[in-house]
Write a protein that binds this ligand. Structure first.
Ligand code: 5GP
Length: 201
């Protein structure tokens, strides 16, 4: 069976990453989204085992020590990480796996698994980014400033990624199509397809 590939999607707050990933998975349910572990508390409506595996700090540190995390980081005072076994099993079963993780984790995986494919989703401009962060209307000025600053720092790392996809307002479906185009193209790379040569010699 052909092994699946690993696609890492990062995008700062305001990039619309959640909506884009949802659109991608709705259109292409054959893709497998990796469910991360986190020590942060579930938000209203979030379900254990669906949005994240919500675990304690002790359990998370135990998993790090036992080599059970493909990558992990701390973000906003909480641990977030990708369970190694689930990702490997899904890829071995032929699934393309999507990770929706921040830049630090993406770079860790890039070093370990050179065939992984990194995609950064970005808002079209600093103005749109700020509008989107303010538009939620739920956060304090300090939090907005922190998120804005962090978003800009993450976007600066774009050259480390293989691909960038720009999310215009209302552009989630278009972004999902672009990302799917990347997934299809990656499978056509000659490292995966050149075995066909054998049929000609
Ligand atoms: P949130 O708390 O808003 O769900 O996620 C906060 C940030 O953590 C987002 O940028 C999200 O992409 C990132 N994140 C979620 N899961 C993981 C993970 O397993 N590893 C890493 N490195 N980042 C993650």
């Amino acid at each position: 069976m052909k092994k699946g590939l690993l696609f890492i999607i990062s995008g700062p707050a305001g990039s619309g990453k959640g909506t884009v990933v949802n659109a991608l998975l709705t259109k292409h349910p054959e893709l497998k989204l990796s469910i991360s572990a986190t020590t942060r508390a579930p938000r209203p409506g979030e379900v254990n085992g669906v949005h994240y595996y919500y675990i304690t700090k002790e359990e998370f540190e135990n998993r790090i020590e036992n080599g059970k995390m493909l990558e992990y980081t701390t973000y906003s005072g909480n641990y977030y990480g990708t369970p190694l076994k689930e990702v490997n099993e899904a890829m071995d079963s032929g699934y393309d796996v999507i990770l929706e993780i921040e830049v630090d984790g993406a770079m860790q995986i890039k070093k370990k698994m050179e065939k992984s494919v990194t995609i950064m989703l970005t808002p079209p401009s600093a103005e749109v980014l700020e509008q989107r962060l303010r538009g939620r209307g739920t956060e304090t000025e300090d939090v907005i400033k922190w998120r804005l600053q962090r978003a800009k720092e993450e976007i600066k790392l774009m050259p480390e990624y293989d691909y960038a996809v720009i999310n215009e307002d209302g552009g989630a479906e278009a972004c999902a199509d672009e990302i799917y185009g990347i997934i299809k193209a990656e499978h056509q790379k000659t490292i995966y397809t050149s075995s066909i040569i054998e049929k000609f010699i």
